[in-house]
Design a protein around this ligand. Structure first.
Ligand SMILES: C[S@@+](CC[C@H](N)C(=O)[O-])C[C@H]1O[C@@H](n2cnc3c(N)ncnc32)[C@H](O)[C@@H]1O
Length: 217
C-alpha cells in the first residue's frame, strides 16, 4: 500500500489504464451472483424502471441482472470495460467516461447502483458524486452503493489483477452522514463480500452496501 498523494500524478488516468489492462481478468472472476444483494431494490422497482449503474465494469452480474427487468444505463471510465458490457448486456446503454463528467436530466432515474466503484474516485469528489446522483434520481428513487468500512486516505497497490490500482474512501459512518445530509433516508446497510467466484484466491473482504431512498419533500 503506497500513499497516492502526488499532485503531479493523474490517478483517474491510472484507474482507467488499470481497468483497461485487467478488464478480461477481472470479468473472468466477477461471476458471483449478486441477485441477493439486488433483491431489496428489484422488489421495489416497477417493470421498465430506469436504472443507472455507476462504474458498471463489464456489466456482469449487476447490469445484466437488472437489464432482465429494467432499462439500464451504465457508465464506466474504462473503454475496455464498456466494450465488454455492451457485449454482455446487449439491451443496456453504455457510456464511456468519468461519472463526474456524465450529464443526465434531473429526476430521471428510478434507481442508481454503484458496486465497488465509488472508492476508485478521489474521496474529495464523493460528496459531489452523491449530490449528482441525488439530483438524477426521481423523488423516492433508490441508491444502492458499496462504500467502505474504514476511513482510508488515497493509496495505490501494485497487485490488483496484475496492475496498479487506486482507492480512496471515508468510513461507512461518514458516508451515512453525507447521504443523510444530502436528503437520503438509509433503509438498510449490510456487508457483502468481494463478489469474486471461488476460483479467485483472495482473502474475503467486507464491503458495506448501503440501500437508501431519496427523501420526498
Ligand atoms: C471493481 S470494478 C466494479 C465493476 C462492477 N460495478 C462490478 O460490480 O463488478 C470498478 C469499476 O469502476 C470503474 N470506475 C472507476 N472510476 C470511475 C469513474 N471515475 N467513472 C466511471 N467509472 C469508474 C472502473 O473502470 C471499473 O470498471
Amino acid at each position: 500500500m503506497k500513499p497516492a498523494d502526488d499532485p503531479s500524478k493523474d490517478y483517474k488516468a491510472l484507474v482507467e489504464r488499470g481497468y483497461d489492462s485487467c478488464a478480461a481478468a477481472y470479468d473472468e472472476v466477477r461471476r458471483e451472483e449478486t441477485e441477493q444483494a439486488l433483491t431489496a431494490l428489484i422488489d421495489r422497482l416497477g417493470v421498465g424502471a430506469v436504472v443507472l449503474d455507476v462504474g458498471c465494469g463489464g456489466g456482469v452480474p449487476v447490469a445484466r441482472t437488472l437489464a432482465q427487468r429494467f432499462a439500464v444505463t451504465g457508465v464506466d471510465i474504462s473503454g475496455k470495460m464498456i466494450s465488454r458490457a455492451r457485449a454482455n448486456v446487449p439491451s443496456g446503454t453504455f457510456i464511456h467516461g468519468d461519472i463526474m463528467s456524465a450529464d443526465f436530466p434531473a429526476s430521471h432515474f428510478d434507481a442508481v447502483v454503484a458496486f465497488y466503484s465509488v472508492f476508485h474516485l478521489p474521496r474529495e469528489e464523493h460528496e459531489e458524486l452523491f449530490t449528482r446522483i441525488f439530483q438524477w434520481l426521481k423523488p423516492g428513487g433508490y441508491l444502492l452503493a458499496t462504500v467502505a468500512m474504514a476511513n482510508e486516505p488515497a493509496y495505490t497497490e501494485n497487485d490488483f489483477f496484475g496492475t496498479t490500482m487506486y482507492w480512496s474512501n471515508y468510513s461507512v459512518e461518514e458516508y451515512e452522514e453525507i447521504l443523510n445530509s444530502l436528503g437520503f433516508d438509509i433503509l438498510e446497510a449490510i456487508a457483502i463480500g468481494h463478489g469474486y467466484d471461488e476460483s479467485h484466491e483472495t482473502p474475503e473482504e467486507h464491503h458495506p452496501l448501503i440501500f437508501a431512498q431519496k427523501r420526498v419533500e
